[in-house]
Design a protein around this ligand. Sequence first.
Ligand SMILES: Nc1nc2c(ncn2[C@@H]2O[C@H](COP(=O)(O)OP(=O)(O)O)[C@@H](O)[C@H]2O)c(=O)[nH]1
Ligand SMILES: [Mg+2]
Length: 248
Amino acid sequence: MSQNPATGSVVVSDWHRCKDGKEYFNKILHRKKRKIFGLLESPVMPPHVAVDTVHYKIFLTGKSGVGKTALAARLTGRNIPNVHYETTGVETTVVFWPVKLRDSGRVLFLRLQLWDCGENALRRFDHLLPSCKEQVDAVLFLFSFTDRTSFDDLPNQISKWTEESAGRLVKLVVGTKFDLFMHCDVAQRDVRDFQETWRLPVLRVGGEVSNGLDDVSPLLNCLAEQLWHHDCVTAGSVGLQQETVTLL
Ligand SMILES: Nc1nc2c(ncn2[C@@H]2O[C@H](COP(=O)(O)OP(=O)(O)O)[C@@H](O)[C@H]2O)c(=O)[nH]1
Ligand SMILES: [Mg+2]
């Protein structure tokens, strides 16, 4: 697997704050709040604006109560459930996110389908995990800053997915409940050490969901970068293989 791209090297960071991004970000907002998209809905751009939409399937994993359902809500601009109840099966949510590629200036709409599955349901129904894994593009490994065991279990979780996927997957780590610093159980030094050892991006989330895009843009841009870079590397290596076959 190639090295992860540096933050901001693939897509324009903070594009949601730039003037030329406004037209695109307006399509995912409604009265200054995030627009909720159903499974069959998508942002509609005027005919003269050609934008390709790239589809990705993203699986959220982490122990029960770590904040998977809350993260899916946060990324779509919905309120976080105050009371924890175990997700009863699989819940899928669609997030649209426009990005501008730094090299070419090309604009893409990412359509991220988030798959959030309750841990109990996964244990009880054997068919759920295979369908979550089918054609998955990225896995978000969640740990909670207030639960040390969820952090300590990350290497185990990541290794399991790495063995199976053989580098086909984008992996990101998300630390939740970063707002509950009084109860923090994971030191920043430990996070830095983890990041150096595993060479995976670690993002931090927490607090109330805001209506603005500042809250979600670091995570969504980071995910966009990793996914697009991964696609380019895969397409490049496929191209090379085909060239070799033609030469032979
Ligand atoms: N303060 C705070 N609470 C959170 C955060 N994320 C999740 N929670 C709370 O933690 C509990 C479990 O979250 P949930 O998303 O249902 O966990 P899941 O079992 O992994 O889906 C809920 O009561 C949420 O309100 C966060 O970032 N900050
Ligand atoms: Mg849940």
